[in-house]
Ligand binder design. Structure first.
Ligand SMILES: Cc1cc2nc3c(=O)[nH]c(=O)nc-3n(C[C@H](O)[C@H](O)[C@H](O)COP(=O)(O)OP(=O)(O)OC[C@H]3O[C@@H](n4cnc5c(N)ncnc54)[C@H](O)[C@@H]3O)c2cc1C
Length: 401
């Protein structure tokens, strides 16, 4: 961490954070607020939009519900972090620069890579042309527009993971005039205990969602999806939620990535090939004692905070500490008035304890609303951001090396 540059006559260490999602914002705010006056660190946060995308609520956007206007530059006010709006088009890991909108070049000494992930659309023919996604707010708005124009008919939601379940339930509740079919390889709620799963199935049935598990969608056509085996399911709109895909920028820059393109990190969340790059959130492949973490907001925010704390330690000449995280819940909304919250062991396996109904719906709403006030608190008291479950024996001694 020696490269310096001159800003206003003073040498500053340039930290560039790519992506202002849950992980990137946590990193930028935590870092900017930990930098003491006199410590010459310049934090720049780059994101495609000025408005924060509440990914946790994109199924609400897709059904025409208006979300709060959350401005990233306003949130950063008072932290000293700079906001740069633009689309990152390249990272040059040798020159230590990022290119924005193919025109601006931003040098860095330390990079925090937090570009998130989206549904895995390219693998199946027709998805890119004929299916809707929840990859961003605009994508969700396009689906909302389509649904509002349908008088009746069928919506096929592909992917029986939690995003698929939440979306199917939300669409069925908001559009009772539509048939909603949830298609996927696995059973919805497969990772829950049997009672929580049974509740989830009953709730989907009550909302009128037809669940078809054990099916593989192999093609999306203009008015249907085709299943392996040749069966065709008619659909006036198709929402694709299956699989995950990350930005190709890390791989193109020569960073070591896993089979899904996520940046492989060491125990401190640094790229194993480029230690001046921290990778956090859905864009990172972070190994814990129980395996590689899967993309969630509950895990993504701690990774951002940990990267920030580690950068400060390195600037102070200290070794960064290993990152440890254990899951604690899986909250799944079933429309606006119902939900299932499955409490989990740190390795994400289900506990016996779960919540259902309105209590669970309130719990889920509290979780979805939490990030913004959390960052507000972090601005006043950075240490408030460092409390998360470390995973106990599930993560002790088993982190990435
Ligand atoms: C409907 C839905 C419900 C969910 N519910 C839950 C839940 O209840 N609990 C939970 O823990 N998780 C949930 N998730 C998952 C959660 O949203 C993700 O794990 C989380 O958003 C990951 O955070 P992140 O910061 O890594 O990425 P993101 O939040 O995706 O942020 C990435 C940011 O980078 C920006 N970006 C990407 N590429 C570029 C580029 N080239 N140039 C500039 N900017 C770029 C994006 O615009 C975005 O702002 C849900 C997801 C969905 C879709």
């Amino acid at each position: 961490m020696s490269a310096q540059h001159e800003t206003g006559g003073a040498a500053a260490h340039r930290v560039v954070v790519l992506g202002a999602g849950y992980a990137g914002l946590s990193a930028a705010i935590q870092l900017a607020c930990r930098v003491k006056p006199g410590e010459k660190v310049r934090v720049t946060l780059v994101n495609a939009q000025e408005r924060f995308t509440e990914r946790l609520r994109l199924h609400m956007t897709a059904t025409g519900q208006r979300l709060a206007e959350l401005s990233i530059p306003e949130l950063l006010e008072g932290t000293g972090a700079h906001f740069e709006r633009g689309w990152v088009t390249a990272v040059d890991a040798d020159a230590r620069t990022v290119r924005i909108d193919d025109e601006r070049v931003l040098p860095y000494d330390t990079l925090v890579y937090a570009l998130g992930g989206v549904a895995g659309t390219p693998a199946v023919p027709g998805v890119e042309d004929h299916a809707y996604t929840l990859n961003g707010a605009q994508d969700a708005e396009l689906l909302a527009d389509r649904l509002s124009r349908l008088d009746g008919g069928t919506v096929a939601v592909v992917g029986s993971g939690l995003t698929g379940v939440e979306s199917a339930a939300e669409i069925a509740e908001r559009h009772p005039e539509l048939n909603v079919v949830l298609l996927g390889r696995s059973e919805p709620g497969a990772a829950m205990n049997s009672k929580a799963r049974a509740y989830l199935h009953a709730a989907l049935a009550r909302l009128g969602v037809t669940v078809r598990s054990g099916v593989e969608v192999v093609k999306v056509l203009p008015g249907a999806v085709e299943l392996a085996g040749g069966e065709s399911v008619a659909a006036d709109a198709v929402l694709w939620t299956s699989g995950t895909r990350v930005s190709p920028l890390a791989a193109a820059a020569g960073l070591t990535v896993d089979e899904r393109g996520r940046v492989v990190t060491d125990a401190a969340l640094r790229s194993v090939s480029h230690p001046e790059v921290y990778a956090v959130g859905d864009a990172a492949a972070i190994r814990q004692g129980y395996g590689v973490m899967h993309g969630t907001c509950q895990g993504g925010m701690p990774t951002g905070v940990h990267a920030a704390v580690s950068i400060v330690r390195e600037l102070q000449g200290k070794r960064p500490r290993p990152f440890r995280f254990g899951y604690y819940h899986t909250p799944v909304s079933l429309g606006r008035h119902d939900a299932v919250v499955q409490f989990t062991h740190p390795d994400d396996s289900p506990r016996r304890l779960y919540l259902t109904g309105r209590v669970a719906a309130r719990y889920k709403e509290t979780v979805s609303a939490a990030p913004w006030p959390t960052w507000g608190r972090m601005k006043k008291m950075p240490a408030s951001g460092v409390f998360w479950p470390r995973g106990g024996r599930f993560t002790r001694g088993g982190e990435a090396r």
